[in-house]
Design a protein around this ligand. Structure first.
Ligand SMILES: NC(=O)c1ccc[n+]([C@@H]2O[C@H](COP(=O)([O-])OP(=O)(O)OC[C@H]3O[C@@H](n4cnc5c(N)ncnc54)[C@H](OP(=O)(O)O)[C@@H]3O)[C@@H](O)[C@H]2O)c1
Length: 263
């Protein structure tokens, strides 16, 4: 098992660490988390994770290096760690908006890949897109295997990474907001807020599972719920009159535009 250094123990770095442990394929001894203030993660420390503030030491003890800092922190961190990265490391950046070419301009001897997971990685349900270049392509399989432990992974062209950011990473928030809206509707028609949220979340989970398991187009499943002159089609059409699909599409386009300009 390759030891993994996670440089940046924030939302996504810690979610990745938790997901890898939950997969049962990694133990806390296989992972080192590095962040400026290690004491801010008491729960992870309690679980036995090795959390340090020395990025170079974390890299020296690992084979795979996951870079999970904010785009605005990237320049400082990459300059700090470039001397510690060797040809036998594999660097995987989850930093939005920073291209492999930009990283290679600072780190020339290490194979570099990009990955775009989402926060469901903590419960092994991430959709993670992975991109490489000619030099790092031989490592795609090894990196995909790590992300397959924590959800589904897909190899994509690097040019589509900003689109993947909007659809999959930002996408978690879009679907959560849709669930919140459904629960608000549920409360207005008679359920307590906590009941409505539980019912809306499980219904959303079931709808997504139908698509994942049957592999069919959503409209095929929608046809099964919409009887002629029925209540589902009445509600669905009202949502479309108010711009439901259009709002989601426009939100994704806006996020993709912004994702391309983060660095
Ligand atoms: N959140 C998501 O859903 C998501 C999904 C996909 C990709 N991403 C990308 O992942 C990256 C991280 O996002 P995030 O949401 O996890 O951000 P975050 O919660 O702000 O985490 C950033 C982490 O980087 C650490 N850090 C900052 N400077 C450092 C340094 N010099 N050395 C070591 N660690 C340092 C911070 O440590 P301290 O807390 O100790 O200061 C913090 O733990 C971003 O580029 C984002 O675009 C995020």
């Amino acid at each position: 098992m390759n030891k993994i250094a996670i440089i940046g123990g924030g939302n996504i770095g810690t979610s990745l660490a938790e997901g890898l442990i939950k997969s049962g394929k990694y133990s806390v001894d296989d992972i080192i988390i590095s962040k400026r203030n290690p004491n801010t993660l008491p729960l992870l420390l309690k679980k036995g994770f090795n959390i340090i503030s020395d990025n170079k030491s974390a890299i020296q003890q690992s084979e795979i290096v996951m870079l999970a800092v904010l785009p605005q922190q990237f320049d400082a961190v990459i300059s700090e760690i470039k001397g510690s990265l060797t040809a036998s490391h594999v660097l995987v950046s989850v930093v939005s908006g920073v291209t492999i070419a930009a990283i290679e301009s600072v780190v020339s001897n290490t194979p570099i890949l990009r990955a775009m997971p989402n926060t469901a990685i903590a419960i092994q349900e991430s959709m993670t897109c992975i991109a490489s270049n000619e030099k790092s392509k031989p490592h795609e399989n090894r990196v995909s295997k790590i992300f397959d432990c924590v959800g589904l992974s897909m190899i994509i062209h690097e040019e589509l990474m900003t689109s993947a950011t909007a659809l999959c990473a930002c996408g978690v928030a879009f679907f959560l907001r849709a669930i919140r809206a459904a629960s608000q509707g549920g409360t207005q028609i008679g359920f307590h807020a906590d009941e409505a949220l539980k019912m809306a979340a499980q219904t959303a989970k079931g709808a997504a599972a139908l698509l994942v398991e049957h592999g069919k187009h959503p409209e095929r499943e929608i046809d099964k719920v919409t009887s002629p002159e029925g209540c589902t089609i009445a509600g669905l059409n009202e949502m479309e009159h108010k711009g439901f699909s259009s709002a989601m599409i426009r939100g994704i386009l806006t996020s993709a535009g912004k994702a391309g300009k983060l660095y």
